[in-house]
Design a protein around this ligand. Structure first.
Ligand code: CTP
Length: 452
């Protein structure tokens, strides 16, 4: 087609960093990106479908698992998800000028004569070496083109373990309020990428220092600070939570487990009390915290589905293994925990382990030792009673049939009594024993077994 084309952006950056790329290639064309994409598809065999968006001058095709995007070089700012159509075609330099960071503005020539040559007008390669995030233009302009780039700067710095150049960082601080014009979905996508990094606390601290955190997630900033009364202080729950989050990140990639870490103490500021003679208490913060989860998820446009339920459950149960470990570990307490946590018991144990951030080595040693006992007991009882996803041996149906009663509160009362008795170890986990108890509990409520 006698057109010049270049690979640009993330692919080039990751190639130079020897970093795994998500199999995304962006190609910028000095001409029509859409026509070029069709020509490439034809060359690849003709049966490769091209998706294109005329308004934006972009086209996309999938090839052997690679997502290849084509765009004509433009003078306008380059933005994904922008609703504004492109206005003016530009040169490669124009296009590179309007990209977010020097390390994302590098291009590799694809023309035959210069194949593989790096076009790097802002010395992105030096910034890659020095591990610096910097904007090609004045940072105020780059960020006003798309304020989400402020979060992208923090995300790249966290993911790649880079530093944001001072004046760029100042610009984020200055423009932080502008994050409010970005859609919440885009904000939470970036936020989740920060959370999925190897050391998410780094990103949280930058979000906090720039003022973005309190705009997007004010509840988290409430965790900050350690009050002292009568010489007694409590830990700063902001830094404690970040330590727990980093600990979880060391052992699991599960984004939702990381969210459980972020939210496990979220209700501490609301439940905090100083009681003379006792000191600081955060009574029932796990219940209140679990109740806050849907509200926070809704605000951040996170999914309101089983992922949220999972986070709620872990927040609610996060103290249980610790309480167990601090006490004599009884079978019934372990059985109850297994019953309530179900399949999420292993994740709960990871969270609890991560929650031990005390600087007191004796305390840590004691907890760890007891934790081993809790784990052993969990395993023992699990093997014996198989309580994961357990259902009591007597169903509501059986209760209704036995006493000839309709669905009612009484059915629940009888069923709960059976569940309780089994969890407490008062009766064995089998049908006969549960049946006998059902008859006794029914009689207490005035029901008589029907003759069948
Ligand atoms: N870009 C930009 N401003 C944005 C988003 C993207 O300038 N707000 C440009 C950058 O040049 C970026 C390229 O578009 O490199 C591709 O964007 P994207 O796929 O979102 O990011 P990547 O850099 O590929 O990084 P990652 O895949 O890790 O998201």
């Amino acid at each position: 087609m006698h057109l010049q084309a270049f690979v640009i952006g993330g692919f080039v950056r990751d190639l130079l960093l020897h970093r795994d790329n998500k199999q995304d290639i962006d190609i910028v064309v000095l001409g029509s990106g859409i026509d070029f994409a069709h020509a490439v598809a034809a060359k690849l065999g003709g049966d490769v479908p091209v998706k294109f968006f005329k308004n934006f001058g972009t086209a996309m095709l999938n090839f052997h698992g690679w997502k290849i995007e084509f765009v004509g070089a433009r003078k306008e700012s380059y933005r994904r998800n922008s609703r504004k159509p492109i206005v003016e075609n530009g040169t490669l330099e124009d296009d590179q000028n309007r990209r977010d960071f020097t390390i994302n503005a590098m291009a590799l020539d694809l023309t035959e004569q210069k194949y593989g040559q790096l076009v790097d007008p802002f010395n992105g390669i030096r910034d890659l070496k020095d591990k610096i995030i910097r904007t090609p233009l004045d940072a105020d302009i780059t960020f006003s083109d798309d304020p989400l780039r402020m979060m992208r700067a923090i995300r790249f710095a966290t993911q790649l373990n880079f530093t944001i150049e001072q004046s760029c960082f100042e610009a984020i601080r200055r423009n932080a309020e502008r994050i409010s014009i970005v859609s919440k979905e885009r904000v939470s996508d970036e936020f989740n990428l920060i959370i999925q990094s190897a050391m998410p606390s780094k990103g949280f601290k930058m979000l906090d220092e720039t003022g973005i955190l309190k705009l997007i997630f004010p509840e988290f900033c409430e965790l900050k600070g350690a009050e002292i009364i009568d010489g007694k202080g409590h830990k700063d729950n902001f830094y404690h939570t970040l330590a727990v989050l980093d600990n979880v990140a060391l052992v699991s990639d599960n984004l939702w487990l990381r969210w459980a870490a972020i939210l496990h103490d979220i209700a501490k500021p609301l439940t905090k009390k100083f009681i003379q003679g006792t000191g600081w208490t955060f009574h029932a913060h796990e219940f209140k915290g679990a109740k806050m989860v849907p509200h926070i998820f809704r605000n951040l446009k996170l999914p309101l589905n089983e992922k949220m339920k999972y986070v709620e459950k872990l927040v609610l149960l996060h103290l249980r293994p610790i309480v167990l470990a601090g006490d004599v570990v009884t079978d019934s307490a372990v059985r109850r925990l297994l019953f309530e946590a179900g399949d999420d018991i292993d994740d709960l144990m990871l969270l609890c382990n991560a929650d031990i951030t005390s600087k007191n080595p004796d305390k840590v040693k004691r907890f760890m030792a007891n934790f081993i006992i809790v784990r052993q007991k969990l395993q023992e009882i699990e093997e014996k009673d198989q309580l994961r996803n357990w259902q009591p041996p007597i169903t509501g149906e059986v209760i209704m049939q036995t006493f000839g009663i309709p669905p009612s509160k009484s059915v629940g009362i009888i069923k709960d009594a059976i569940t309780e008795a089994i969890l407490e170890g008062a009766i064995p986990n089998d049908y006969e024993a549960a049946y006998r108890l059902m008859i006794a509990e029914g009689e207490k409520l005035g029901f008589i077994k029907r003759d069948t």
